[in-house]
Design a binder for this molecule. Structure first.
Ligand SMILES: *Cc1c(COP(=O)(O)O)cnc(C)c1O
Length: 367
């Protein structure tokens, strides 16, 4: 074979991300008319932005976006009681996770996280030629006690998803505080709060309020989940002014587009939509959990907008059979949980359709 340009060595450790199948793809492949997607934790009610509002958001598309001065930053700062220069926006919170790696990881640094959690953390480490220490869960939850024991002098970055994807579990205020007390001041701790808005627990920590005690904390949030804007790609991080200034150094000049900025600002003015989404999530999560438990499967108690279910050896078959009936859910083999599936909480009608289909699979002894 003739010589070829050789990619960076570390790319040998990276497998491109494979998203779940889209509605259009499943419709075309299986010749189905109605397909529902309960696989990627998006908002089942769509977005809070009306068609007319969206047209208004398009007004500024001829100009480069104003990122640091965007009204969105001011609105978020006011809502979170932080200063505007403690916030940075990204092209999805995924981009912010990459920026954190670009800004802080030298080759050979270590990144600490849980094994089988959100794949972006391992991706960022590998991209920067850092190594990953992935600690098994305890009871499907980040094991902060064991993680603290694994911190070494070269541990530069720690990623914690709270709630965790794909298990839906949370770490408590007490365990996160105890953990932070054991983390060296030179190690950065990223708390990924993609599902924070859904949590209804008095034990859920609010680390955005801890920044004066722990200036090595970064909290990331997103408009992709409860705010219904996953397709626009917009998320943000909150930290100290110093950390945010460092992230600004590695940011692409215009990393978030002007339409997404305008839409996210508008979404913040729609508390009824957010409230309705959260209420529905609680009701349908309880209903689906009860129904699935009654079928004999175990469900991990979830604080997010999805549930993680132990199906057993037929988990893949369960996903395929549901797909054939127009319902897309996620098999968790790539998360190291081949006997589990993850199901996003949908609208009442979607959950009815799912429960009906699952019941038929169980009665037909297909799963
Ligand atoms: C969905 C999700 C995100 C959000 O990613 P965006 O890039 O903002 O769409 C981040 N972290 C976790 C754990 C998620 O599940």
């Amino acid at each position: 074979m003739s010589p070829r340009p050789k990619p960076r060595d570390t790319l040998a450790r990276i497998v491109p991300y494979t998203p779940g199948r889209s509605i259009a793809d499943v419709k075309a492949a299986l010749g189905l008319e109605a397909v529902i997607k309960l696989a990627s934790n998006e908002n089942p009610f769509g977005s809070p932005i009306s068609h007319d509002e969206l047209i208004e958001c398009l007004e500024s598309i001829a100009l480069y976006p104003d990122l640091s001065g965007a009204p969105l930053i001011g609105a978020l700062a006011a809502e979170l009681s932080v200063a505007p220069h403690q916030i940075i926006v990204g092209n999805g919170s995924d981009e912010i996770l990459t920026m954190i790696g670009l800004a802080y990881l030298n080759p050979g640094d270590r990144v600490l996280t849980a094994s089988g959690t959100f794949s972006e953390y391992g991706f960022v480490a590998n991209l920067m030629d850092a190594s990953v220490d992935a600690i098994p869960y305890s009871d499907f939850t980040f094991d902060l006690g064991r993680m603290a024991e694994q911190i070494t002098e070269t541990t530069k970055l720690i990623f914690i998803a709270n709630p965790n994807n794909p298990t839906g579990t949370i770490v408590s205020t007490r365990s996160l505080t105890e953990f932070m007390q054991r983390v060296p001041a030179t190690t950065l701790v990223v708390i990924d709060e993609a599902y924070a808005e859904f949590v209804d627990s008095p034990h859920y920590p609010r680390p955005i309020t801890w920044l004066s005690d722990y200036p090595n904390l970064i909290v990331t949030r997103t408009f992709s989940k409860v705010y219904g804007l996953a397709g626009f790609r917009i998320g943000y991080a909150v930290s100290t002014a110093e950390v945010i200034a460092t992230l600004y150094k590695v940011r692409q000049p215009f990393n978030v587009n002007s339409v997404a900025l305008a839409a996210a600002s508008l979404a913040l003015t729609k508390p009824e939509f957010i409230h309705h989404t959260i209420q529905n999530n609680q009701t349908q999560k309880t209903r689906l959990t009860d129904a699935i438990t009654e079928m004999g499967f175990s469900v991990i108690p979830s604080h997010a907008n999805f549930i993680c279910v132990h199906i057993g050896v037929h988990a893949k078959q369960c996903v395929d059979e549901l797909m054939a009936r127009g319902i897309i859910i996620r098999h968790l083999a790539s998360f190291g949980m081949p006997e589990h599936v993850r199901i996003t909480i949908g609208t009442p009608d979607q959950i009815t359709t799912l429960i009906t289909a699952l019941t038929l699979l169980v009665e037909g002894k297909l799963i």
